[in-house]
Design a protein around this ligand. Structure first.
Ligand code: ARG
Length: 457
């Protein structure tokens, strides 16, 4: 088959070599972006007097026919035409005749493919921002009904201090808020146009890059044509931002998996997001949470893959860069899917507040309260710590908890202890007394909830 670039060749590659070099099996994902870019380009060629108006009209009509076919998945791609750009150009020529060959005037596949990727990421990043927002809404909803749900807070996965379950959930709200900020900020670098940079050096045709940028909704153009076609930072940044979000989701996955185990019994994942075992009839596995935790690995892989592809590639375009696509598509799809699943999982999560609260009564997570109590009566905190540590040991030896220890034992340890320690030791009071900014105190959480609900609208 004659190549669109075949002029200077005397031999043709064997089919399997063509297939190895082709990207059409995956870059067909960019079909709509590619046509969108071509429509803007050809409109500009007309406006700048580079093509005649009727040529422009014919090309546009042809492109619209291809767009309709693409939407109906009626285009038949072939590896013989390597990639989405050449496949479409060939189809256009077949559709409207040799005038189709004028579309590529003043353009190269190098600026064309970069344009497609910018358009693709703009669309997906906007969707991701919306999905993060929806997940935050789900978190807020769960937090609202769980302000007074008391649960042990952990450090080192050892019970540390009692906290409100809402406070714990809201930590994820804030992680996602930073993620959203990062994605939003990245749009500044995604939403600029490489179109018109040509292969690397611009073009002799009197094109108008600002005009095509405007037609495509870009906020500006790359100021350097070499940078325009060599830059893949915006994709690396996307993969990095996505890795961070996946890492956040993965941490929550781990918690959901732990909490839904029989050992914890803190939450139940809805049947719609769990699966059974083919052999053990009693099983209900938190598959979706595990899978998202697992998929985090491949998103990191995509980030490292692209960084490694780019390392050491000289300016400007190199074929290596064709390897930038699959990881990007895969990441967009993985992150989008994970966020959707997560919203569903959080919205339908059953919280076992009784089990949570029971746990706080069967541990020593109220020990800090006692140390603070002594310190507030003037004892140096370090000494208070020592005394309470000994009391904890005493309880462990007796097989009881701090609330069960008689007052005499407390007073023997320190005369500063009074009857009121039992109130102080109560996990509810322990939380209620932490109304400092950013703390787990109930009224503080309620205040935060009002603010973030307004913010997330
Ligand atoms: N399929 C190519 C890619 O994705 C398009 C750009 C090709 N440019 C070239 N000079 N061979 O990278």
């Amino acid at each position: 088959m004659k190549k669109l670039w075949g002029g200077r060749f005397t031999k043709s590659a064997e089919q399997w070599v063509d297939e190895f070099g082709a990207s059409i099996s995956f870059d067909q994902e960019l079909v709509e972006e590619d046509i969108q870019g071509s429509l803007a380009h050809v409109t500009m060629l007309g406006k700048c007097g580079i093509l005649l108006e009727d040529e422009v009209e014919t090309i546009k009509q042809g492109l619209h026919v291809l767009l309709e076919k693409a939407k109906k998945q009626e285009l038949a791609y072939t590896a013989a035409y390597e990639d989405i750009h050449l496949n479409l150009e060939k189809m256009l020529i077949d559709e409207i005749g040799p005038v189709g060959g004028k579309l590529h005037t003043g353009r190269s596949r190098n600026d064309q493919v970069a344009t497609d990727m910018h358009l693709y990421l703009r669309k997906h990043v906007q969707e991701i921002i919306t999905l993060i927002n929806e997940l935050q809404d789900a978190i807020i909803k769960q937090a609202e009904v769980n302000v007074e749900t008391i649960v042990p807070g952990y450090t080192h996965l050892q019970r540390a201090q009692p906290i409100s379950f809402a406070h714990h959930l809201l930590a994820y709200y804030w992680m996602l808020e930073r993620d959203k900020e990062r994605f939003t900020e990245s749009l500044k670098r995604i939403n600029i146009s490489p179109l018109g940079a040509g292969a690397l050096a611009g073009t002799t045709f009197p094109i108008d890059r600002h005009y095509t940028a405007g037609l495509l909704g870009f906020e500006g153009i790359y100021e350097n044509s070499i940078d325009a076609v060599s830059d893949r930072d915006f994709i690396v940044e996307f993969l990095s931002n996505s890795s961070m979000t996946m890492m956040h989701l993965s941490r929550l996955c781990e918690e959901l998996i732990l909490w839904s185990s029989q050992e914890f019994g803190f939450v139940e994942i809805d049947d719609r997001f769990a699966t059974g075992s083919s052999i053990m009839p009693q099983k209900k596995n938190p598959d979706m949470a595990e899978l998202i935790r697992g998929k985090t690995g491949r998103v990191y892989g995509n980030l490292f893959g692209l960084l490694t592809v780019l390392k050491g590639t000289p300016l400007a375009y190199n074929k290596d860069m064709q390897e930038d696509k699959e990881g990007m598509f895969d990441t967009a799809q993985t992150l989008t899917g994970s966020l959707k699943i997560f919203s569903g999982m959080i919205n339908t999560l059953t919280v076992n507040s009784e089990a949570m609260s029971k746990a706080t009564k069967q541990d020593f997570s109220n020990a800090t309260e006692l140390a603070d109590y002594l310190a507030s009566k003037g004892l140096p905190f370090r000494d208070a710590h020592e005394i309470v540590g000994k009391l904890v040991l005493q309880c462990i030896e007796k097989g009881i908890f701090l609330l069960d220890l008689p007052l005499e034992d407390y007073q023997e340890a320190s005369h500063l202890f009074g009857e009121d320690i039992y109130k102080v030791l109560d996990p509810y009071n322990a939380i209620n007394r932490r109304n400092i900014a950013g703390g787990t105190g109930f009224s503080e959480i309620k205040k935060v909830l009002v603010n973030i609900k307004n913010k997330n609208k």
